[in-house]
Ligand binder design. Structure first.
Ligand code: GDP
Length: 292
């Protein structure tokens, strides 16, 4: 644990226990698991135990919010997952881009079971569930996969009674409640990435420190995006994160009556603009850390 104490994460053990319970209770009822991650942080948004917990089922890794991530990085992350043997798809659940590929992948991951049932003369529908850490877009994806099939699929014998299933257009039913997993906090960078993308509550790190962390991350790889959005001259390239923050705040007129920087307002603006993709398409995790 170590470093994360400074990030005020006290709920970690409780979440771990809840996740294990959720997975152990729901897993026997499904044929496949759709694991959602945030394409801006494919590593930090990964639950550390998911592979082990779900090893008995086909798993489809979805890098969601791909509309917000660096378009040059996305194929590299997908490739890295594929090399590890996973099915991995970049998706934008907001617009629906890639959702049909997810649907078809669940069906093809379960093709053997479908064929076995067919040969036995059964027409049992395949069932899947969506799991992921908070705010990665689980509900949005479930809604998109369900499409116009708002009617609930019937409960079948053997399926836990209090669970509801929705039909999808892809020949499988989906647990209509997402499985919420705890995020990975095994180092400071992961915790910061989760805070920056809004996957953990904002009180994990004060907003002003968070905005300095953001600039520090962006200033080497994404300086041109920052410079273009906030009209920072090229010659400021060597400025440190605090200096850049002040230039950004001033360029947006975020100054108090006493001509002081309004740190709180400028920080909120920066974090909001990053989260909504206004600064540009950005990937915070570094792929080389994933391959170590
Ligand atoms: P959950 O907590 O995992 O169920 O996440 P939600 O489905 O509630 O989504 C969290 C936020 O992310 C909402 O504001 C969604 O509109 C937004 N969101 C979900 N998927 C996408 C996506 O692919 N792209 C973008 N830009 N936003 C998304």
């Amino acid at each position: 644990m170590g470093e994360e104490n400074i990030y005020n994460i006290q709920w970690f053990p409780g979440h771990m226990a809840k996740t294990r319970r959720m997975i152990t209770e729901s897993l026997p009822d499904v044929d496949a698991v759709i694991e959602l991650r945030d394409a801006r942080i494919p590593l930090s948004s990964k639950n550390p135990e998911i592979e082990r917990l779900c090893s008995s089922k086909p798993r489809i890794v979805v890098l969601n919010k791909s509309d917000l991530c660096d378009p040059d990085e996305l194929p590299l992350w997908i490739e890295a997952e594929k090399k590890k043997g996973a099915v991995c798809i970049g998706v934008d659940s907001s617009s629906g881009k890639g959702v049909s590929t997810v649907g078809r992948s669940v069906a093809s991951a379960c093709a053997e079971k479908i064929e076995r049932n067919r040969q036995k003369g059964f027409s049992v529908r395949i069932r899947a569930m969506v799991v992921g850490i908070p705010n990665v877009g689980k509900s949005t994806l479930i809604n998109k996969l369900a499409g116009s099939n708002k009617a609930k699929a019937e409960n079948r014998p053997g399926v836990t009674r209090d669970r509801q299933w929705v039909k999808t257009d892809y020949g499988f039913d989906l647990l209509d409640m997402p499985g919420v997993l705890w995020p990975k906090f095994d180092n400071k960078i992961c915790a910061e990435n989760l805070a920056l993308t809004g996957s953990v509550k904002d009180d994990i790190l004060d907003i002003e420190s968070l905005s300095i962390v953001l600039i520090d991350r962006l200033k080497s790889r994404y300086y041109s995006l920052l410079a273009a959005r906030y009209k920072i001259p090229q010659q400021q390239r060597e400025a440190d994160a605090v200096e850049l923050f002040e230039l950004i705040a001033r360029s947006r007129g975020m100054i108090t009556r006493g001509n002081e920087i309004d740190y709180e307002r400028a920080s909120r603006m920066l974090i909001d603009e990053f989260r909504s993709g206004k600064i540009g398409r950005i990937t915070l995790d570094r792929l080389n850390r994933c391959l170590i």
